[in-house]
Design a protein around this ligand. Structure first.
Ligand code: DP6
Length: 326
């Protein structure tokens, strides 16, 4: 009873920040993302009568007690669904460099869900897998379907799932991910978004979102990078306005983040369609066309605080593979 899955991280064009239901991880709003080709997690899960305890190993990195508990809590959801009473071995490995701060719960819980279900022989539909992954970490549901993905604005667990809007080969754009910090962040997304609705800007953001989501969908449909970029930056800044003014406030950016943002603005002054978006941390995702990749890469690598750069194309969702980690 062993299976291995490879899952991509994803970058949100429309952000998930705040929940309707904390336990089930039902988000306050729909979100839209793109899977990332250079930031992936591989996870092997096996269950056996011979194991005498649950073990979780993260290859080449330490894993905290809380992180291990969160993984086992998710395995318990899978065990309950399969009526299985066996211990588990989980081994997981990130393909992106150690300590880049993109060690994303999205790719982690997507790979864990798909490998875990396959290991116990549960054959769930893609929609069911996204619902299950969502309970491990919300953004993980968006790492399962192919390419450009929407996580619906549901009110119940069954209505809150992710589906592909367009496949990964639909539009050849780039996400040049600038790593601005290698330390683990002090406040996790889970903890941070608990207080999102205390911001005076929360209600406004919620009201604005349906129109902004429609604009992102239009931009994707038309492959209109100008509209996509203008809108995704707007949503990133709208999320940060909430983060910075919620109680207690959250500040994830550092000096390097600001320098990257300034560099992106300078690209635009010179006429190129180059945009930024940032999740809950200091790393900057620079979104641009393939033809501008080299030029952007050369410039961001010269920013002194940028520790490494990952070049991403749109990626497939989570897949099962035969190559097990053990
Ligand atoms: C800022 O999915 O990590 O990256 O559901 O509590 O595990 P939990 O949160 P998580 O939050 C991601 C927040 C974000 C925006 C986004 O990816 O949409």
């Amino acid at each position: 009873m062993k299976a291995t899955a490879v899952a991509p991280a994803n970058i949100a064009f429309i952000k998930y920040w705040g929940k309707k239901d904390d336990t089930l991880r039902i988000p306050a709003n729909a979100s839209i993302s793109m899977n990332l080709s250079a930031a992936k997690t591989t996870t092997t899960v096996s269950f056996s009568q011979e194991f005498t305890s649950d073990t979780v190993v993260l290859v080449g990195e330490d894993i905290s007690k809380e992180e291990t508990q969160r993984v086992i809590a998710h395995i318990n959801r899978i065990r309950a669904r399969a009526h299985l009473h066996m211990f588990v071995n989980v081994m997981t490995k990130n393909t992106f460099p150690k300590g880049t701060g993109v060690a994303s719960s999205a790719s982690g819980f997507a790979a864990l869900t798909v490998a875990g279900c396959a290991a116990v022989g549960l054959s769930l539909s893609e929609k069911e897998l996204t619902i299950l992954a969502r309970m491990g970490s919300g953004s993980a549901c968006r790492s399962i379907p192919d390419g450009f993905v929407e996580w619906t604005d549901g009110n119940t667990s069954e209505d809150s799932y992710a589906h592909s809007l367009y496949t990964h080969d639909y539009w050849d754009i780039r996400d040049i991910l600038c790593i601005a910090e290698t330390k683990k962040k002090e406040t996790s997304s889970t903890k941070g978004m608990e207080f999102a609705s205390t911001s005076p800007h929360w209600e406004t953001r919620q009201k604005e979102l349906p129109e902004r989501i429609a604009r992102i969908k239009k931009a994707l449909k038309e492959k209109n990078l100008y509209l996509l970029g203008e809108t995704l930056e707007e949503d990133c800044l709208s999320m940060y306005k909430v983060m910075n003014t919620q109680k207690p406030p959250l500040f994830y950016w550092n000096r390097t983040t600001e320098e990257c943002v300034r560099a992106v603005k300078a690209f635009r002054t010179s006429g190129s369609l180059v945009y930024f978006t940032i999740d809950a941390g200091p790393n900057v995702h620079v979104i641009c066309e393939e033809k501008n990749q080299t030029y952007v890469l050369d410039r961001v690598k010269r920013i002194s605080g940028v520790q490494s750069v990952l070049v991403n194309t749109p990626s497939k969702g989570t897949v099962l593979v035969d190559d097990h980690l053990y």
